[in-house]
Design a protein around this ligand. Structure first.
Ligand SMILES: [Mg+2]
Length: 290
């Protein structure tokens, strides 16, 4: 619940007890080491690649205090090095620290399986790294769907046909839209909905808030550290629910898509104006120590 009286730079601890999901309380920095901080990108670090004021310094501050920062994004269209470069361009070194829904989607395929790709370059990169054979037409073990701007009727027909012939249907994410300076535009979930409708099959979805993305985080930092993590996000239906999936805390910021004062569901452990205010709470106000 949000009290709606946030002042600039303020963070509000909504609970003093156990984090969402009933998992053990986050340990103190001294007893368990610095916690992992999982950061959403759009609406937390930047808006359309323009840094949200204070976010770059906040990431540096976390790292200076020994916290591992991972950027957890449902963007499956861009290659990882493009996302790392975009972060570097605003002053955040991030090589090896970006986890995408394309990587999570690749976990749903086994090496040597064949995937029909109805998605962008990020998915092709992740499938290559996984040892998955890719095709654009014909039969496949799975169809994987993500945002791509070349999507058309023929691509929809190929994807639906493969599913009709027995391929599993995987979506990198089910975000209906994503934000741009000109307002929301269709996201990967809109394309996935078309393939689901045409094939009559419900997809397994990889990205936030679902389990494959949680597995990706656990594989990166370990299960115990994942549960001690703090997820910082602006979209409760994605980021807040993802924190629940991981069993970690959720710090909600008002710098993104959620209008200030809205009901945040699931209830966050902390609300703040922006990432800088979250980090102030984490490193100065002893948030990890409770
Ligand atoms: Mg966001």
């Amino acid at each position: 619940m949000n009290d709606g009286d946030n002042t600039p730079g303020a963070a509000h601890d909504n609970k003093s007890g156990a984090p969402a999901g009933g998992s053990p309380a986050v340990g103190s920095a001294t007893s368990d080491g610095p916690a992992v901080v999982l950061c959403d990108l759009d609406g937390v670090v930047w808006l359309a690649h323009q840094p949200i004021p204070g976010s770059v310094e906040a990431i540096a501050r976390l790292r200076a205090h020994g916290h591992r920062v991972l950027f957890v994004t449902n963007n499956s269209a861009a290659r990882v090095e493009q996302q790392e470069a975009a972060l570097a361009a605003i002053g955040i070194p991030a090589v090896g620290d970006v986890l995408t829904s394309a990587m999570a989607g690749a976990l749903l395929l086994q090496p040597g399986e064949t995937a029909l790709v109805c998605a962008g370059e990020g998915v092709r990169q992740a499938l290559t790294a996984r040892g998955v054979v890719m095709c654009d037409d014909g039969d496949a073990d799975a169809v994987i769907v993500g945002l791509h701007r070349t999507f058309d009727y023929n691509g929809l027909a190929r994807a639906a046909r493969a599913v009709h012939r027995g391929a599993r249907l995987i979506g990198t994410n089910d975000d209906a839209t994503f934000p741009t300076p000109d307002g929301p535009i269709p996201g990967g979930g809109s394309i996935l909905a078309a393939v689901e409708t045409a094939s009559g099959c419900a997809a397994v979805v990889a990205g936030k808030p679902f389990e494959p993305m949680a597995e990706l985080v656990r594989a990166e930092v370990g299960a115990a550290a994942a549960q001690r993590a703090v997820m910082v996000g602006d979209r409760p239906s994605t980021d807040g629910r993802f924190a629940r999936t991981l069993g970690c805390r959720y710090a909600h910021v008002w710098s993104g898509v959620t209008p200030r004062g809205s009901v945040v569901d699931p209830a966050p452990d902390l609300t703040a104006d922006d990432l800088a205010a979250v980090v102030q709470a984490l490193v100065t106000d002893g948030y990890f120590g409770r």
